[in-house]
Design a protein around this ligand. Sequence first.
Ligand code: FES
Length: 197
Amino acid sequence: MQRGIAEQERIKEITFMTDGCGPSVACGSMLVRLQSVFKHENGRFVRLIAQEHTGAFIEGDHMSDRTKTVEQRQALYSAKVIVESSNPSNRGRMPDPDACGIIHGCCGDTMEIHLRLNGDRIEEATFMTDGHESAVACGSMLTKMLRGMSLEEAGRITPEDLIAALDGLPKAKVHCANLTLNTLREAMANRRAEEKA
Ligand code: FES
């Protein structure tokens, strides 16, 4: 026999904490929000999860980039992010790079940075990512910034510098700048032995 959920079985309050990235916060936040759906609409639980999920992604800018309208992109991103992601520079893997870093981010996206060096100068930098548009914008902008820099100068670039160069990123996408800079550091640490000499 199907029956409603008794009052004493209902969850009165849920909170969450995480040190994870944007998607982890979104999951925790969503679970908390479902509490009200559970209380008021328990017969339609599954359908309301889907509605809430979509709504949160629109409000919280986690929505898939593929489904964003032009207006939604313009509301979320700076003009520079839109330009860099629509027409990225330096995208692609470099044949036989002098240094290469690959990191799989906690969000599930991968970032690669490839460097061509001349002594301690970066002659060329390229990136690859399966991430969304702010990850592409970060890779494009960072690789442009790196050209001609010494490794020491490159090592001083912070995620905040990259975000400033893009005229800002939505809070939930700050992670993309961290992932891109961490990948650059990984590449510099992995440079070929003869380049380190
Ligand atoms: S959320 Fe994965 S790289 Fe931006």
